[in-house]
Design a protein around this ligand. Structure first.
Ligand SMILES: Cc1ncc(COP(=O)(O)O)c(C=O)c1O
Length: 380
């Protein structure tokens, strides 16, 4: 059993997203003071950039807060287009990457359709697929020794009968990008198979939520791949998850297909103003990426020295392989007793023997290392 509550739908219902326990639940369940709880489950950052306080204190937003946000999010679109190097009609704003995934599902997945989900990956691809009344076709990724990379042949074969392919690079929760050239090869294969069969190529949604941490993006592929939508977010490297801002980037005609599904004003005026400022001044984002870079090796090495098998990562989180489901559950419980909340994987998940842990600041990471040492020392 998972040490924290997990919501699972009935088999007849679409999948729904499940979270770890809230701070309050962990405090009550494990007897830890609320202010000592530290979340390692959300792949977020320890603190927002200073510019947030500046923008909020100035109180000058895009529009008075009595009004709706600007309907076209114009300044945000212009700032994001500048950062990503695209035209403003190649970009769509959503309430986080999650809303963009939902819009992609609504646009490209008919009820009764099929979507390819290379597993393990971010849970929302299956959730969005099933909520559209479509079927998620899970294609296992290669194993741990192969860096959980895509099985290109199997993914391409599954795509030949699908409406949509969900890709994620760097992949959550396995923490690595696809090898150079792999996604390009897959996209070319999908398009040539479709042309040979005289059918529309499946749409490919490439989630690059963690791209800034690896310093690479495949946004430029949109130029010759009309079936590609790249997803980006302000939640991870920009450390602004609470503002809920994400982007779809694709050819103008693809953005034009998605835009009608966009709800009016789902991104708040405050979010528009702060994220615009963050995009226009990327120094804070760069500093956050540098923090993660500096802490990643230190934390990984210390956890390995404590006896954990920590996988390689280019992201702001680590995948720890505890070997068995039982040890993963016992380790999660040990962490929770110390107020540290890991991301667990439910029974039956291909990574049920693993935990995913966010890289926090030095002090937070030190608490994790101390806990790992104690847990391993006490282990039978
Ligand atoms: C791969 C991936 N995509 C999307 C999201 C959601 O991002 P957002 O906060 O922008 O909705 C996450 C969050 O953990 C993620 O890991």
């Amino acid at each position: 059993m998972s040490p924290t509550p997990v919501t699972t739908g009935l088999p007849t219902q679409p999948a729904s997203y499940s979270w770890e326990a809230t701070d309050e639940e962990v405090a009550a369940r494990y007897g830890v003071p609320l202010d000592e709880i530290l979340r390692f489950d959300l792949n977020t950052s320890p603190a927002p950039p200073e510019l947030v306080a500046r923008v909020l204190a100035a109180g000058r937003f895009e529009a008075p807060l009595s009004e709706y946000p600007p309907t076209d999010y114009r300044r945000l679109v212009e700032a994001a287009a500048g950062v990503y190097g695209v035209a403003t009609n190649e970009l769509l704003v959503g309430a986080g990457a999650d809303e963009i995934l939902d819009l992609a599902g609504k646009t490209f997945l008919p009820a009764g359709g099929r979507a390819v989900v290379p597993a393990p990956t971010y849970a929302m691809y299956r959730v969005v697929t099933e909520q559209r009344g479509a079927t998620a076709i899970a294609v296992p990724r290669e194993g741990r020794d192969a860096g959980y990379r895509l099985d290109l042949a199997a993914t391409r074969a599954a795509a030949a009968e699908a409406d949509l392919v969900w890709l994620c690079s760097p992949n959550n929760p396995t923490a690595l990008p696809e090898p150079d050239g792999a996604i390009e090869t897959l996209l070319d294969g999908i398009r040539s198979d479709a042309a040979a069969a005289g059918r529309q190529a499946a749409m490919v949604v490439l989630d690059e939520a963690y791209a800034e941490f690896v310093g690479r993006s495949l946004i430029d592929l949109r130029l010759d791949q009309p079936n590609l939508v790249v997803v980006r977010t302000a939640s991870k490297a920009y450390a602004l998850a609470g503002l809920r801002v994400g982007f779809a980037i694709a050819r103008p005609e693809t953005i034009a297909r998605m835009a009608p599904f966009r709800p009016p004003g789902s991104v708040s005026t405050v979010s528009v103003s702060v994220v615009t400022a963050a995009l226009l001044d990327p120094a804070a984002m760069a500093a956050n990426v540098a923090r993660v870079d500096a802490e990643r090796d230190r934390l990984s090495d210390a956890l390995r020295a404590a006896g954990w098998s920590v996988g390689p990562s280019v992201t702001n989180f680590l995948l720890v392989d505890l070997g068995t489901v039982e040890r993963a559950a016992a380790t999660a419980t040990g962490l929770l007793h110390r107020g540290l909340v890991p991301r667990t994987f439910p029974a039956g998940h291909p990574l049920a023997h693993c935990l995913r842990l966010t890289i926090r600041d030095r002090a937070g990471n030190d608490r994790l290392v101390a806990a790992a040492r104690e847990i391993e020392k006490a282990a039978p």
